[in-house]
Design a binder for this molecule. Structure first.
Ligand code: HDD
Length: 727
């Protein structure tokens, strides 16, 4: 192997001058390419990589064979423990730039100068599943950002939901034991729909707010590029004068916040378990760099108690209508990793990796996290020197007197490894305070030690209600359906009952509807109130709804990077298809021609159209929209092909934009509802074949624009008659 310094196998190396090259150059020094020669790890050339050394061609292998021994030994030890949570993940390199100096609020170096681009490495993850589990399971998504700043690494280790299940780190092992596969038979994989999770959740009403999020479409994102991120806890900004503001961090995706249909998510888990990973990789690879804006909600130190809930309680969010989110910078992901293990697997995040100007609060969940993340790397990465791994190294120098340990790489020179000392160059060296470096905010604390929850954390339902009330009608329906699905998988009726009893404190009707198909009694709010752990002091919020908590209508209305399937068969009309395809591609969508088999299809005018995928290898669940071309013979062939019909019907069921041109409408009539129900449904564009041969493609553009508008809505959740389409 030789080290290398440019070409990337997956993504694109950023052009010089974009700011993230400092980290890239550092990584390049540790990066190796394949060469035409192979050697042992000691550099001795290996002449034969097929045969072990043996006593005679049919004799036993010899222990002497150091080449075989080294190869097998290395292989035997290739695996490291997967992360105890967030095991399944994918990551990318990029940069962050601040829009304006935030010096009024924080001295953090990377938030001062808009001309500075700070390199970042971002890892997304699911929480409960193992490393090989499917991407589209119902779960929280991790959103961890490592900023390689000039003053040290800063990690913002957040999720795609702004609250958490529990209030105190003491309960984290219990929560995770409950959600992970059950210990006796290790089922189910990557799913919360089982007894132990809901047993725990129903006995811990503080989970209620987060459960509402986890049952919403936020838990089944369409793409990692289309989800929000949150720091969850309240952190602290501290400026150069030592003044503090409480701060909540948000990541706002440029492409909007979009979810999958649950049936779609489940099918994708089988059809393409790497759906999110692939989507992220491919987008970056073709130059569609994902972007988020960093938002902050800030509250001055002396206004700590001005809100009707406790800022230290991680089961609460600050509604944006109460404290607006200020967008202060931009995150761009522009390069795929070169090696999954070396980068994505070995990256070690830690909420305790902070830089001067950012500090913690006393949130008891955060406080526990500050211990856990270094600790877990010790068993995961095999010792205390994981900061020396290329992906974890800062871009600024580091120096201290920590020494040795497994896999130490730095060769620290000199006689002294302690402080104070005088033996280095004869001068006395001593660190004894001072105003530079990381200064902990000197918060005053005077209270007795107690092992008790603050009463200000007691209200477990008001914000859960706010979340539910804030959803659009289809989003509420999805929450009801998700609760029903999950609880229907719970074998113990008592657990189902306890859960719906709790839900009655969020919304009576929600609880009743969830309970209906579950074979249990109607919800009993009073029973819930009588149970241990139940608290409801009902904070007074100045708002009843927070529109910012909805997903519908988010984003900039563009269709950039949406995937459109053009389904095809011999005899389609390629002339009318061409301008429509061009228009939607120009608007940023990515089209693929899908047919019964690979190769080409022949249009009615004898043109050859390249086929990108088949109905079997890229079913409708891999796309956001479907375009059915005109052409009598083509439409007939498609309507006679069960896979093609299923493709369109499934897209219809999953509320995706559908456009049929001319005779292509035949596929919709297969809905079997008689009449025009499908044709008139929301998000379905039915167009006559435009007469492009007259050189006037105004009609084609009108069809394209209608289709673009339908795709931009992402999914038409209020579409009628979807229940008539078999899943
Ligand atoms: Fe955690 C990983 C996010 C609570 C203990 N956590 C981990 C990752 C993310 C989060 C995104 C994956 C990082 C990566 O990609 O490598 N965790 C959160 C959020 C929490 C949270 C947003 C609540 C607001 N976590 C939490 C608690 C504890 C942990 C309360 C323990 C007391 N988390 C861990 C861990 C992990 C981890 C065991 C597993 C792998 C790792 O740290 O590096 O230490």
């Amino acid at each position: 192997m030789t080290t290398r310094n440019n070409k990337s196998s997956g993504g694109r190396r950023p052009k010089p001058g974009n700011g993230s090259e400092g980290k890239q150059e550092q990584l390049a020094a540790s990066t190796a390419d394949n060469t035409p020669r192979i050697t042992t790890n000691q550099g001795v050339q290996i002449p034969d990589n097929h045969n072990s050394l043996r006593a005679g061609v049919r004799g036993p292998s010899l222990l002497e064979d150091f080449i075989l021994r080294e190869k097998i030994t290395h292989f035997d030890h290739e695996r490291i423990p997967e992360r105890v949570v967030h095991a399944r993940g994918e990551a990318a390199h990029g940069y962050f730039e601040v829009y304006r100096s935030m010096s009024q609020f924080t001295s953090a170096d990377f938030l001062q100068d808009p001309s500075v681009k700070t390199p970042v490495f971002v890892r997304f993850s699911t929480v409960a599943g193992s490393r090989g589990s499917a991407d589209t399971v119902r779960d929280v998504r991790g959103f961890a950002v490592k900023f390689y700043t000039r003053e040290g690494n800063y990690d913002l280790v957040g999720n795609n939901m702004p609250v958490f299940f529990i209030q105190d780190a003491m309960k984290f092992p219990d929560l995770i034991h409950a959600v992970k596969p059950e210990p006796h038979h290790e089922m189910p994989q990557a799913a919360s729909a089982h007894d132990t999770f809901w047993d725990f959740a129903s006995l811990m009403p503080e989970t209620t707010h987060m459960l509402m999020w986890a049952m919403s479409d936020r838990a089944i994102p369409r793409s990692l590029r289309m989800m929000e991120g949150f720091g969850v806890h309240t952190f602290r900004f501290v400026n150069a004068r030592g003044e503090s503001h409480f701060v909540k961090f948000h990541w706002k995706p440029k492409l909007g916040i979009h979810g999958l249909a649950w049936d779609e998510a489940q099918k994708i888990a089988g059809k393409d378990p790497d759906f999110h990973r692939r989507d992220l990789w491919e987008a970056i690879d073709r130059g569609d760099f994902p972007e988020w804006e960093l938002g902050v909600q800030m509250i001055p130190q002396d206004k700590e108690h001005s809100l009707p809930f406790d800022l230290l309680d991680p089961t609460k969010l600050i509604p944006e209508e109460m404290v607006p989110v200020q967008r202060i910078g931009r995150l761009v992901l522009n390069r795929n990793p070169d090696n999954f293990f070396a980068e994505t697997e070995q990256v070690a995040f830690h909420p305790g990796h902070v830089v001067p100007g950012i500090d913690f609060t006393n949130d008891p969940l955060l406080q526990g996290r500050l211990f856990s993340y270094t600790d877990t790397q010790l068993s995961r990465l095999g010792g205390p020197n994981f900061h020396e791994l290329p992906i974890n190294r800062g871009v600024c120098p580091f120096h201290n007197f920590q020494r040795d340990g497994m896999h130490r790489q730095t060769i620290a020179r000199g006689q002294v490894a302690y402080e104070p000392h005088s033996l280095n160059d004869g001068k006395e060296f001593r660190i004894d305070g001072g105003s530079s470096g990381f200064q902990t905010y000197p918060e005053e604390l005077e209270s007795p030690k107690v092992r008790r929850r603050s009463p200000s954390f007691d209200d477990h339902f008001t914000q859960a209600r706010l979340f539910f009330n804030s959803q659009s009608v289809p989003e509420k329906e999805h929450i009801v359906a998700a609760f029903r699905f999950e609880l229907s998988k719970v074998e113990q009726p008592a657990i189902r009952q306890r859960m719906v009893d709790n839900l009655a404190h969020v919304d009576e009707k929600l609880a009743r509807r969830v309970a209906e198909p579950l074979g249990i009694n109607p919800p009993d709010a009073r029973a819930a109130a009588g149970r241990a752990g139940f608290r409801e002091h009902r904070m007074k919020l100045p708002i009843e709804e927070s529109p910012a908590l909805r997903m519908v209508d988010s984003g900039d209305g563009s269709i950039k990077t949406r995937k459109v399937a053009i389904i095809a068969a011999d005899g389609i009309d390629s002339a009318s298809l061409k301008p429509i395809r061009e228009a939607i591609e120009q608007a940023g969508a990515r089209c693929k021609v899908v047919a019964a088999r690979l190769g080409t299809v022949t249009s009615a005018s004898r043109r050859q159209l390249e086929v990108d995928a088949t109905f079997a290898n890229m079913p409708s669940v891999m796309f956001d929209a479907v375009l059915v071309p005109a052409g009598a013979q083509g439409a007939e062939a498609l309507a006679g092909n069960g896979d093609a019909v299923h493709f369109v019907l499934e897209a219809y069921k999953h509320c995706k934009a559908i456009c049929t041109i001319g005779e292509g409408v035949q596929l919709l009539s297969s809905l079997g509802m008689g009449g025009e129900a499908g044709v008139e449904a929301a998000g379905v564009v039915v167009a006559d074949t435009p007469t492009t041969n007259l050189g006037d493609n105004t009609a084609a553009l009108k069809i394209a624009n209608d289709f673009i508008a339908a795709i931009a809505k992402h999914r038409h959740w209020d579409r009628a008659h979807t229940e008539r389409v078999p899943a």
